[in-house]
Design a protein around this ligand. Structure first.
Ligand code: DQA
Length: 150
């Protein structure tokens, strides 16, 4: 039996976490978030890969690469692409891997243009407004689902 695998995708500008609009996104850096995710994954013997890109094409290509390199679950914060990207949505549908949509901020309490997501209706679930904790909650749920399947 192969080791279960989870891919975490962080969209544009999330490389600036820690310094970027901390009132919305908190003080944790992306490295902190990734390290906390790695720690939990390790405890559960899960392979966890993290990927950040500011480029829509790179994110689409990364998702497409899962055709030959399957993972059990995806956690994705598409960031601004949440509200714009049919291409990333279509890539996720194409690989047909269950995913959880995560946002640090409560997008529904912000500008109107952030209320619509191209991902939520095809996601297993959506977490928003819990800051960095949201990623950990999503990871715990994904691990639970993977373990139930095995
Ligand atoms: C975000 C919310 C998006 O609206 C925004 O464009 C981001 C981050 C969040 O995590 O709260 O870049 O996805």
């Amino acid at each position: 039996m192969r080791t279960p695998a989870i891919l975490v995708i962080h969209g544009p500008n999330l490389n600036l976490l820690g310094t970027r609009e901390p009132a919305h996104y908190g003080k944790s850096s992306l490295e902190d978030i990734n390290q906390n995710l790695q720690n939990v994954a390790k405890q559960h013997q899960i392979m966890l890969e993290t990927f950040q890109s500011n480029s829509e094409a790179d994110i689409v290509n990364k998702i497409q690469s899962l055709v030959n390199n399957k993972v059990d679950y995806i956690l994705i914060n598409p960031a601004a692409f949440t509200h714009t990207s049919v291409a990333i949505r279509d890539a996720l549908s194409a690989v047909n891997t269950p995913f959880i949509e995560v946002h640090l901020s409560n997008v529904h309490a912000r500008e109107h243009f952030r209320h619509h997501s191209y991902f939520s209706d095809i996601a297993i679930g959506v977490i928003c407004g819990l800051g960095a904790e949201g990623y950990l909650a999503a990871l715990r749920f994904a691990i639970q689902q993977i373990n139930q399947k095995q």
